[in-house]
Design a protein around this ligand. Structure first.
Ligand code: HH2
Length: 397
């Protein structure tokens, strides 16, 4: 009698999280401890600025660690299982100990890039818990000229009404700003900016326990905002416009969002150009983070932001959203603010009023690619989107 055909049911697994690997091992009946989950999570890492000697030494170590390596004109790629890459980290450390200077730091950088994972930021009696997936930051524009007219709030009464809706919809943070930084905008006077944000922050503080950040480039405004009850600072100039701002954040021990921008809002969209967007933004963010550290800001209090729409072309914005994981590899949490911005208008050919759907889709892509905070005008829709991503297992929950 012919044998009945027996299928082995071979199928591809799409395993983005180590947790899913653990589930699959269990469902295949593999005894706990009989396999290392990190053997089954594969990843690739890009390196820059390798000297020929470093590349040769690294290539030999990579091969012995079972890690694939490809070297090109502008750097190299390493690829393999997470455990093999960790093995390479150990070999690099051993080579460094053996005085093989060219490999100094490389092992550390590779190690921190593999370890970049979501944690909890704690200060005073406040915390931001990034372990349960992306948080939602609602935008409160106390300005007459923000790029999205639907976000402009005429007075503190209107701002508090909008804040109530956002809190009700599940916002984790409210970002209060008194100056538009849309392309071509003029800076706001400090006294005016303070007058716009302080009563709103005081009002929020009296009513809700939600976290409040102040969106400002000025130390004077940030100080008044912190005194009014703000919990953190969001600076689109990445602590470069006002040197006192970093010192203030350091002295108060509050988190600070360091955003990437080339130029100023007035000039930033005049012919921006990048050869290699992700690498250049990453390098410049690393320098900005370094500046914050030098000013005394604790490393656990820094949040990085690629500055979508700030001195970027359409393709730069799209690339930065796609490569969120690369931007997280410096080890800092990542904030992405793309809500209703003009790159969405450029793709969909719709005015700012009709960019909700594009914002939700691009926001979902950013979240899947590692964003820890989504800064948005439409809180209720974003909270729903994040809940769907969590239920699909596409972001941590
Ligand atoms: N975008 C805007 C303002 N502040 N802060 C961070 N960290 N990241 C961003 O992407 C970001 C930001 C622009 O949006 P909006 O506040 O709505 O516009 P305007 O500056 O015109 O008020």
């Amino acid at each position: 009698m012919p044998h009945p055909r027996r299928f082995h049911n071979v199928h591809l697994l799409q395993l983005s999280y180590a947790r899913e690997v653990v589930e699959q091992l269990a469902s295949a009946g593999v005894e706990p401890g009989a396999a290392r989950p990190e053997d089954f999570v594969h990843t690739a890492v890009r390196l820059q600025r390798l000297e020929p000697r470093e590349a040769a030494a690294l290539s030999a170590l990579a091969e012995s660690a079972g890690v694939a390596m490809a070297t090109g004109r502008n750097g190299a790629l390493l690829g393999g299982s997470v455990s093999a890459l960790r093995g390479l980290v150990h070999r690099l450390a051993a080579a460094e100990a053996a005085e093989e200077r060219p490999l100094a730091r490389l092992g550390q950088e590779l190690s921190s890039c593999l370890a970049a994972r979501r944690g909890v930021m704690r200060w005073g009696d406040r915390e931001l818990d990034f372990r349960q997936g992306p948080l939602v930051m609602g935008v409160l524009n106390c300005t007459p000229d923000s790029f999205f007219p639907g976000s402009r709030l005429a007075d503190s009464e209107e701002a508090l009404e909008r804040a109530a809706g956002m809190v009700e919809a599940g916002a984790d943070i409210l970002d209060v700003g008194g100056e538009s930084t849309r392309p071509g905008s003029e800076p706001a006077e400090e006294a005016e900016e303070r007058r716009r944000v302080v009563p709103v922050i005081e009002g929020i503080r009296r009513r809700w326990d939600v976290l409040v950040s102040v969106d400002t480039r000025k130390a004077g405004v940030a100080q008044a905002a912190l005194e009014a009850g703000a919990d953190m600072i969001n600076d689109v100039s990445g602590l470069r416009d006002d040197p006192a701002l970093a010192g203030l954040a350091a002295a108060r021990g509050v988190p600070v969002v360091v955003m990437h921008m080339r130029g100023t809002p007035k000039t930033m969209q005049k012919a921006p150009h990048y050869e290699d967007t992700v690498r250049e933004v990453l390098e410049e963010l690393a320098e900005m983070a370094e500046g914050a550290l030098v000013a005394g800001v604790a490393p656990e209090m820094i949040i990085l932001d690629p500055g979508i729409g700030f001195g970027k072309r359409l393709e730069d914005n799209l690339r930065l959203i796609r490569h969120g994981q690369a931007l997280r590899s410096l080890g800092f949490p990542l904030l992405v603010g793309l809500s209703r911005k003009s790159f969405i208008g450029a793709v969909l050919e719709v005015p700012v009023e009709e960019r909700l759907l594009g914002s939700i889709v691009a926001g979902a892509a950013a979240a899947i690619n590692g964003a820890d905070i989504l800064r948005v005008h439409d809180v209720a829709e974003t909270v729903q989107m994040v809940r769907m991503l969590k239920s699909l297992g596409l972001v941590p929950s």
